[in-house]
Design a protein around this ligand. Structure first.
Ligand code: PMP
Length: 435
């Protein structure tokens, strides 16, 4: 068995100093058991842990690394920018370059404001929506994650329309009461909520390609209904494209489905691996943001020149090298290679994919489209498969409900290795053997 003694020792040290040993809970291996790997290095599609083991990486830092680790041109851009100073707290021209790239690519966008994370982007978009409409209610969908802002850390129970229940301690009930939670894929629930409260709704926020509770691909007609209801009620439609932005194509889910939201949020890829988020919309709506308007929003490191350089370089390479076409080919190959593996699997596993996002769901039947259709027992079936994959040098997210991210650094050979490893891991897990 592979030695992971260095990772384990580091984890024990980290646990003394950092809650749970991690700076973001999804990194802990709580759902699958064991200690997380401590990563020493990444290059292309490969990561190395502190014990010197290598893995083909299908996490890609949870989305940003669409070009793989340490892409030479992105690293060079970071070096070049950082040699001119790391931060100024004053305007710099690199902000304009990234803003032009984002505004130019995304349907309906006229202005963006940069922040430092996806969470900040969605929090700010919500405040802007409230400020612009003068309304308080926010609608989100069960199974969609929008970062850890108070009003968005609200989950669904059952029922057609659920009043928000905080899904974290520390979120005041009074905040959660301003959030309505709807099921995905349900036009009737949507219509009922708008009939009852449409004129109180500031915004509906959705991951148009929900990728935080498996990959819950929506019917286009459902997203169209959302557009119709929000427009009729004078509520803003916010597409949270933190994952899908620049991953499914330059115009994100908006271009993919041909539906233009009022506001969009970005993160991950637009920072090229450095901390960047953004929210944007038309000039008319964005004029509500300070210093032009009365909705306050700010950040010491917002528009950081080094991060802007990493993001702008990444977006330029995506365009120049037709990376999306290549990712679609790789994704198609993954699907193709996995089809016989899953057909012969000793347990129920299905697959669903959009471009370079793929999800293997450990349950019977078709790909679920709503959170309630995702089997909560899948995690237990996935855990031994995860460890068997790790033993075979394949690094996927430590949860049954996370997607795989492909990058342009993956090769057909990596994909074939993954499919073989997955088949063998399923067999091993079904026999109850622990690696
Ligand atoms: N929105 C979506 C759709 C996300 O996937 C995430 C993070 N996974 C966020 C917002 C929050 O982004 P961050 O972790 O950068 O705060």
């Amino acid at each position: 068995m592979t030695s992971r003694s260095q990772s384990r020792a580091l984890y024990e040290r980290a646990c003394q100093l950092i809650p749970g040993g991690v700076n973001s809970p999804v990194r802990a291996f709580r759902a699958v058991g064991g200690a997380p790997l401590f990563i020493a290095r990444g290059e292309g599609a490969t990561i190395w842990d502190e014990d010197g083991n290598s893995y083909v990486d299908f996490v890609g830092s949870w989305g940003p690394l669409i070009l793989g680790h340490a892409h030479p041109e992105v690293v060079a851009a970071v070096r070049e920018a950082s040699a001119h100073g790391l931060t100024y707290g004053a305007p710099n021209k690199r902000e304009i370059a990234l803003a032009e790239a984002v505004v130019g690519a995304y349907p309906g966008l006229e202005q963006v404001r940069f922040v430092s994370s996806g969470t900040e982007a969605t929090m700010s978009a919500i405040r802007l929506a409230r400020g612009a409409t003068g309304r308080d209610l926010i609608v989100k969908f069960a199974g969609c994650y929008h970062g850890h802002g108070d009003h968005l850390l609200v989950n669904a129970g059952s029922g057609l329309v659920t009043f928000g229940q905080p899904s974290s301690a520390g979120v005041p009930k009074a905040f959660a009461e301003l959030t309505r939670v709807l099921p995905l894929d349900d036009e009737d629930a949507l219509a009922a909520l708008f009939a009852a409260e449409g004129n109180r709704i500031a915004a509906v926020i959705i991951e148009p390609i929900p990728a935080n509770n498996g990959l819950l691909l929506q019917r286009k007609t459902f997203l169209e209904a959302l557009r119709t209801h929000t427009k009729a009620a004078g509520a803003l439609l916010i597409f949270d494209e933190v994952i899908s932005g620049f991953r499914v194509g330059p115009g994100g889910a908006a271009a993919h489905y041909g539906i233009t939201p009022d506001l969009a949020t970005f993160g991950k890829i637009i920072g090229g691996g450095l901390p960047v988020g953004a929210f944007g919309g038309t000039r008319r709506i964005m004029a509500h943001i300070a210093p032009e308007g009365g909705v306050y929003q700010a950040g010491t490191l917002s528009g950081n020149p080094v991060a802007m350089a990493a993001g702008a370089t990444t977006l330029a390479i995506l365009q120049r090298d037709s990376v999306w076409a290549r990712l679609e080919e790789l994704g198609g190959l993954l699907e193709h290679k996995m089809t016989p593996v899953l057909a012969n699997a000793p347990m129920a596993v299905g697959q669903v994919r959009l471009g370079s996002l793929a999800w293997f769901f450990f349950q019977e039947g078709n790909a679920p489209r709503a959170a309630a259709a995702v089997d909560s027992a899948a995690g237990a079936r996935f855990a031994p498969v995860f460890h068997a994959l790790l033993e075979r040098g394949m690094y996927v997210a430590p949860s049954a409900y996370e997607v795989l991210f492909l990058s342009s650094a993956h090769t057909p050979q990596h994909i074939a290795q993954f499919a073989d490893a997955f088949g063998a891991s399923l067999q091993q897990a079904a026999k109850g053997e622990r690696p």
